[in-house]
Design a binder for this molecule. Structure first.
Ligand code: PLP
Length: 360
């Protein structure tokens, strides 16, 4: 029997996705912007309270939604929970984007926006950050005149670490009456900046948040979309009945109840990020000002060889040579000890910033 499955054209035209996250266990994982210190012990206590009876039943969401909404300072009907930030982003495609639609992004940025658009077969309008990692605001405002279906902005942006000023976001929102504007605030706890309070003013504004970063729950998968109640109701129509698992809910509730732990972790990362940036400057490696739990660094043309060497030693960084220029890398900020280990490995590798100097 000859089988010919009726696969969609957009899927046939896609490259097969290579999952980047296998075989990392036991290594120094500074490649995915995770919380390397681990979540609050209160989370483990909450998970230990789950019983076989509870696990046997489909989860209920009302109580948890109420508590998590309070954490973000919104009403329960202004928040929608999803299976991680990635899944929260997918809902915009199910709700708004068909193959005739388009998305507007500024690269380099979080790759999932482009990824989902390619699955749909929608057009991707991609602007570029400058080599100084400046957001192309004028180009974005003029691209909005073509009414893209959804615009995605990560703020702070991954991998640049840059923060778009609130006045620029306001300009974008005002220029986009026909576009859903998604402000992806996966790293908002680190930047201390959020546009969540604006959801009552702008019906085209959607904010994505995650419990994977500051709360340290990447393994449990919980994300959220926060928006005006009437706009959020549209996304709700595209949701399955049980998108989030019970353990993730219990963990997130415990995590937000122990805000002190989140605050302490964020403070530690911010201090270590500044320290590590200074250390890289000392060996003449350029970094860009970051508002996230990571740093974008430019090791120049000899950078890629260094990253291979580090990888062989079990130190994982997220190389961004292809997306930006050879030698660019995104480094997650781990604990002080972890960053010291990385620094020692760089210095011991014989890496020379002079050999790695870029001409521009
Ligand atoms: C900008 C941005 N958005 C969303 C996510 C998705 O996070 P998660 O799916 O773990 O919630 C990430 C993860 O790295 C990210 O960097």
């Amino acid at each position: 029997m000859k089988v010919r499955l009726p696969v969609r054209r957009a899927i046939l035209e896609r490259k097969t996705y290579e999952p980047p996250g296998e075989g990392r266990s036991g290594k120094l994982r500074l490649d995915f912007n995770e919380n390397t210190a681990g979540c609050s012990p209160a989370v483990l206590r909450a998970l230990a309270k789950l019983t076989p009876r509870l696990l046997a039943m489909y989860p209920e969401y009302q109580q948890s939604t109420k508590r998590l909404a309070r954490y973000f300072g919104v009403a329960p009907d202004e928040i929608l929970l999803a299976n991680g930030g990635d899944d929260a982003l997918r809902v915009f495609f199910d709700t708004f984007v068909d193959p005739a639609g388009s998305i507007l992004i500024c690269e380099p940025t979080f790759p999932m926006y482009r990824y989902y658009a390619e699955i749909v077969g929608a057009r991707v309008v991609a602007l570029r950050y400058s080599m100084q990692m400046q957001f192309p605001l004028d180009a974005a405002l003029s691209a909005l005149r073509n009414k893209p279906t959804v615009m995605f902005i990560a703020n702070p942006n991954n991998p640049t670490g840059t923060l778009l000023h609130s006045s620029s976001i306001q300009k974008i929102l005002r220029a986009a009456p026909h576009t859903a504007v998604v402000i992806d605030e996966a790293y908002a706890e680190f930047s201390g900046v959020t546009v969540v309070p604006w959801i009552r003013r702008y019906r085209n504004l959607f904010v994505v948040r995650t419990f994977s970063k500051a709360a340290g729950l990447a393994g449990l998968r919980l994300g959220a979309v926060i928006a005006n109640q009437s706009s959020l109701a549209l996304l709700q129509r595209a949701m399955p009945p049980f998108p989030v698992n019970l353990a993730a809910l219990a963990a997130a509730e415990a995590a937000v109840a122990d805000r002190g732990a989140i605050r302490r972790y964020v403070r530690g990362v911010t201090e270590t990020r500044e320290w590590f940036g200074t250390q890289l400057a000392r060996i003449s490696v350029r970094t860009f000002p970051s508002a996230g739990n990571f740093l974008l660094a430019d090791f120049g043309p000899t950078g890629p060889a260094l990253f291979r060497k580090l990888e062989k030693q079990g130190i994982l960084l997220r190389e961004r040579s292809r997306e930006i220029a050879p030698g660019f890398v995104r480094i997650t900020i781990g604990t002080r000890d972890e960053m010291r280990r990385l620094l020692c490995a760089i210095e011991a590798s014989g890496y020379s910033s002079r050999a790695g100097k870029r001409n521009n």
